[in-house]
Design a protein around this ligand. Structure first.
Ligand SMILES: Nc1ncnc2c1ncn2[C@@H]1O[C@H](COP(=O)(O)OP(=O)(O)OP(=O)(O)O)[C@@H](O)[C@H]1O
Ligand SMILES: [Mg+2]
Length: 251
């Protein structure tokens, strides 16, 4: 059975960083499992963190398909889904899909339905699907992501960040989305961050599964535009993500 893991949370809190380090650990430690990484953020940058170049996004292939109400001919749907495979990047360790940025106004019902069918069909080919989302959670509220086993709500080390995580959780609970476990992760932590935030964290009603401390190596890697995927095993952030993955039985 495919395991779907996704992140949510406000802008700039460390969602892409977490997904990148999660993929890193899965690839290093769970050799042989098939992995699909999905960048569902229109302002895509998971590829950069992973050291990949994206040539075609799903949205580019969906252009021209909006405003179509339905297509009765299922053969046409299947042809189109096959066409979407052009956006799949295959690497030796994992496959990668970028959703891209849906352009302009119009009805996206048909492309969204096709996208959901495509992701459902595609996902079944993998053991593990990791989805990086945009801050606004558009893909989750439009239900283009079929099913999520584990959702990590990410917050930075601020009371405002934790309150935002709480709102994200409220939103998730209000959706008809098929989501299994939901956990909180606090990033950019320094000494005593979690103690100071304890009351706010308790009010979210979320289980704090771990924290990713502020890591100078991430800062250095960003500075010289190197993929975060290349962080060393001993990086404090890598060790922290590893621990979180073990807590949730992902690793
Ligand atoms: N633990 C950490 N220590 C130091 N810097 C970090 C840490 N986690 C993330 N960062 C840095 O914080 C910035 C935002 O991180 P990231 O891009 O992962 O956030 P995001 O939630 O995906 O943002 P967006 O909502 O824009 O997609 C990046 O410059 C990243 O390198
Ligand atoms: Mg991001």
């Amino acid at each position: 059975m495919t395991k779907y893991v996704a992140v949510a949370g406000k802008g700039g809190v460390g969602k892409t960083t977490f997904i990148t380090l999660m993929l890193r650990q899965m690839i290093h430690k769970k050799r042989g499992i098939s992995i699909l990484a999905v960048d569902a953020d229109p302002n895509a940058n998971l590829n950069e963190a992973l050291g990949l170049t994206v040539t075609t996004t799903i949205s580019e292939l969906l252009e021209g398909k909006k405003n179509i109400k339905t297509v009765s001919d299922s053969a046409e749907n299947i042809t189109f889904m096959k066409n979407l495979q052009k956006s799949l990047i295959c690497t030796p360790n994992f496959d990668f899909l970028a959703m891209g940025d849906p352009q302009g106004p119009g009805c996206y019902c048909y492309p969204n339905n096709i996208l959901r069918m495509y992701l459902e069909t595609l996902g079944k080919n993998y053991d593990f699907v990791a989805v990086d989302t945009e801050a606004g959670m558009e893909h989750i509220s439009r239900l283009t992501i079929p099913h999520i086993d584990i959702m990590f709500i990410v917050s930075d080390s601020s009371a405002r960040g934790i309150r935002s995580a709480r709102r994200v959780n409220d939103l998730i609970q209000g959706l008809k989305a098929d989501i299994g476990e939901v956990y909180l992760i606090v990033t950019h932590t320094v000494k005593n961050s979690l103690e100071s935030l304890a009351e706010e964290i308790a009010q979210t009603g979320l289980k704090l599964i771990g924290d990713v401390p502020y890591d100078e190596l991430i800062f250095q890697q960003d500075l010289i535009s190197k993929p975060l995927y290349d962080l060393p095993d001993e990086a404090i952030s890598v060790r922290a993500v590893d621990k979180i993955l073990r807590q949730t039985n992902i690793l």
